[in-house]
Design a protein around this ligand. Sequence first.
Ligand code: HEC
Length: 150
Amino acid sequence: MIRRSYSAIAACLFLGALVTPVIAGETSDTRELIQRTDAEKAFILEQMRLLLGSIAEVEDALGSGDMNKVADEAAARGRKANINLPRPPGLSAKESDGWKSMFQSVRGGFDLIAEKAKVHAPAAEINKTLADTMRNCVACHETYRITVEH
Ligand code: HEC
């Protein structure tokens, strides 16, 4: 019995080894490849992690009814707070209209969440605005992936 399960595991490992290169391979990923420098990629991904972190904090504050914290966390990711954010030079010129529009919708969405939190809008309404904002995260992630220029 034990020997039989070992051979089942071995068969799975063997099949896994056959299948994995296809899954990990370039051709199975149909998202558009966008070329960025190493520094630009690091900048973009850092901004992404900040977005995700703020979503966690916004949700936490919504859950505990701390509307001031919701407003602060959301405002930090909004357009107004990031208008003078130092960006790698030349990055904007590489961004497609689609990229810019989805990213600006994210920034605008966070500003809207901050405004709603300041006037103590219902949590459900703020959650809906966050969901609408996050559709841009989803859409952009479905569209692009980054490759580093050499
Ligand atoms: C304009 C396009 C765009 C928008 C909008 C966008 N992202 Fe991204 N994000 C990307 C791309 C491109 C990557 C890298 C994907 C890849 O190369 O596989 C990425 C990667 C990430 C990562 C991984 C970070 C890392 O360190 O690897 C996180 C987390 C993330 N995004 C969160 C978000 C969240 C949350 C939102 C919305 C609030 C969002 N993103 C909106 C384009 C976008």
